[in-house]
Write a protein that binds this ligand. Structure first.
Ligand code: PLP
Length: 382
């Protein structure tokens, strides 16, 4: 085990030990195929999947019949957007999204745009917030869906999801919400928020990688064209043998998150750590800014702009001892400026100089203090 401090929980979380324990029997003893309806091995696997489906549904206030398991949020978003638009059952070919979405949404919309669908790319303001007025004005008679995330993966900025849901309902447009960073961290209620489709992922909520969820509201009567043909699994929505251990894992992860959310103490603890980190950085380093710091954010994330400091060099300088990132894992790998910071109009330099700190269940106060020390001793910031 390495000794580095992990502050990249938005990229992925470790599995909770309780999740691993729950998953283990499903690799060996209870190994059946959940679709094998003819014997007890299959029945046991199906029972475990059903239980996990219930737990996942409960976390977002949905019904188990509204849950489709996928390989992750990216696949869920692809299935939702392409599936909906290609179904030929929407009232038009127009999609509304915003420029600061995760690439899973942006690239899927760009793909659809290439195929002849029309996309309105809404701007965000310098705090990363969208304008509800601009959103409402963007709805046209041929608009099929609004795709806006619950919370941003770089800044943690939370969007007014309930208001967006109300606009979508009023205008008779579907609302797809990428809630990958919000589910399990803050209360998410698909019914109260009037969400038609919602995507999230196991590996962001202390569950395993390679498993995700697409929630589709039964009452919205949504038709999704099949993106993956085969054995008619998941009520025909997503064929392929179910990954039973991972499904059991995401179910347990959801249940642990739900217990945590019921008391709010973990959110309060994380916000306290995040505030401590920000306060220490603000007093130690001249001229830094918190991106989106003036609006409501997730408790565990902060995006810090270190003006004049090349973010890539800073990350490299501390990388043996401190794991941070410049944005989403995909854009970090591509070494391109953060499209989120660019969308906020803060410019390319700020997009290179901003660093994301994301804390989580296993982050301790001493680690926050040590992280500030490591950064300040890096000789790159003064
Ligand atoms: N949406 C958001 C907001 C994310 O942060 C991520 C992952 O970073 C994804 C979608 C993609 O999730 P997955 O890794 O499960 O495909």
């Amino acid at each position: 085990m390495h000794k580095a401090i992990y502050m990249d929980y938005c990229a992925t979380t470790p599995c909770d030990p309780g999740v691993v324990e729950k998953m283990l029997p499903f690799f060996t003893g209870v190994f059946g195929n959940a679709a094998s309806g003819d014997h007890i091995f299959g029945w046991e696997a199906k029972e475990a999947v059903d239980e996990a489906r219930e737990k996942v549904a409960r976390l977002i206030h949905g019904k188990s019949s509204e849950i489709t398991f996928t390989s992750g949020a990216t696949e869920a978003i692809n299935l939702a957007l392409k599936g909906l638009m290609e179904s030929g059952t929407t009232r038009g070919k127009h999609i509304i999204t915003n420029r600061a979405e995760h690439k899973a949404v942006l690239d899927t919309c760009a793909y659809l745009e290439d195929k002849g669908y029309e996309v309105t790319w809404l701007d965000v303001d310098e705090q990363g917030s969208i304008s509800l007025e601009a959103l409402e004005n963007a709805v046209r008679p041929d608009t099929a869906v609004i795709a806006i995330q619950y919370a941003n993966n770089e800044t943690g900025v939370i969007h007014p999801v309930r208001e967006i849901g109300s606009i979508a309902r009023k205008k008779n447009v579907y609302f797809l919400c990428d809630a990958t960073q919000a589910v399990g961290k803050i209360p998410v209620d698909v019914v109260a928020d009037k969400i038609d489709m919602l995507a999230f992922s196991g590996h962001k909520i202390y569950g395993p990688k390679g498993i995700g969820v697409l929630y589709v509201n039964n009452q919205s009567k949504i038709n999704l064209s099949i993106q993956q043909h085969g054995g008619n699994h998941e009520r025909g929505r997503r064929s392929g043998t179910l990954n039973v251990p991972a499904i059991v894992g995401i179910g347990e992860a959801a249940s642990i998150c739900q217990q945590e959310l019921s008391t709010s103490t973990e959110g309060i603890r994380l916000a306290g750590l995040r505030n401590r980190l920000e306060a220490a950085l603000l007093s130690a380093v001249a001229g830094i800014r918190i991106n989106g710091g003036k609006v409501t954010r997730l408790p565990q994330v902060t995006s810090v702009l270190f003006p004049g400091v090349n973010g890539e060099q800073l990350l490299l300088a501390v990388s043996a001892r401190l794991a941070l990132s410049r944005g989403s894992a995909c854009s970090s790998a591509q070494r391109i400026p953060s499209h989120v910071i660019m969308a906020m109009g803060l410019g390319e330099t700020a997009a290179h100089d901003s660093i994301r700190f994301s804390l989580g269940r296993f982050t301790k106060e001493e680690e926050v203090d040590a992280a500030v020390g490591i950064l300040c001793n890096s000789n790159l910031i003064t």
